[in-house]
Write a new protein. Structure first.
Length: 236
């Protein structure tokens, strides 16, 4: 495990973008596992800038996102598909047919979970997985539990997660209470993992996740077992 600490969010974003761009330059048809939320926005903006300058080419790349809210379709501005389109995909030269996000509006959600795992397998797995981390240690929407959930699944979001995500909604009542999320198998089978976190409030959970016991009560702690993981933490 490589643990990098920087003093500003901008430096964290640039270091993360460097790692992702190197992956795509070395393997243009890379399968990138992507995350949403406020933390990766700086990374995406840096990648967009480099793409516009011609320094990185996403035309052959494939992306698979970690998660999506249940019952929010792509036209909803709070859905993760909308987020990815607005903040990344629409600004780079990627084939939109090669961008995959779980369908939280599928008629059969269990079948959608199975289909999503099969698609990742068909793609040959994830070359580089970008992750954030929740204050309770969740990655994707893999919440603290009594066991690690292996496959893509439907999850009831913890109250703390709903509260944390309420900053993106008009009120906490509007935050969906269920989501579809990639499970631990697809994440842990990624060839490389890049986890980014910013702010002093994340220091405690990072210490527990990466320097404490491996336990499903802190889902990110399983990442200690991955052979190629880089963590970039910004104190800002």
């Amino acid at each position: 495990m490589k643990f990098i600490t920087v003093d500003t969010y901008a430096k964290m974003s640039r270091r993360a973008a460097n790692i992702i761009s190197a992956q795509v330059i070395l393997k243009p048809d890379s399968v990138l596992g992507l995350a949403t939320g406020s933390t990766p926005l700086g990374t995406y903006k840096q990648l967009i800038d480099w793409n516009e300058k011609g320094d990185i080419d996403f035309s052959q790349a494939v992306t698979v996102n970690l998660d999506e809210y249940v019952a929010l379709d792509s036209s909803n501005n709070q859905s993760y598909r909308f987020f990815m389109n607005k903040n990344f995909f629409e600004h780079i030269n990627i084939n939109m047919n090669n961008t995959f996000v779980p369908n939280g509006c599928a008629a059969d959600l269990e079948e959608e979970c199975k289909r999503y795992d099969e698609n990742i397998s068909r793609l040959g797995g994830i070359d580089l997985q970008l992750l954030g981390i929740g204050h309770d240690g969740h990655i994707g929407f893999n919440e603290p539990d009594k066991y690690f959930v292996k496959n893509t699944h439907i999850v009831d979001l913890h109250e703390s997660t709903v509260k944390a995500n309420s900053r993106f909604f008009s009120s906490e009542d509007e935050v969906p209470k269920r989501a579809i999320t990639m499970g631990m198998v697809s994440i842990m089978q990624a060839k490389k993992i890049l986890l980014i976190a910013s702010g002093k409030a994340k220091r405690d959970i990072l210490e527990k996740a990466f320097f404490g016991p491996i336990t499903p009560e802190i889902p990110a702690s399983i990442l200690q077992l991955h052979p190629d993981i880089t963590v970039i933490y910004s104190e800002d």
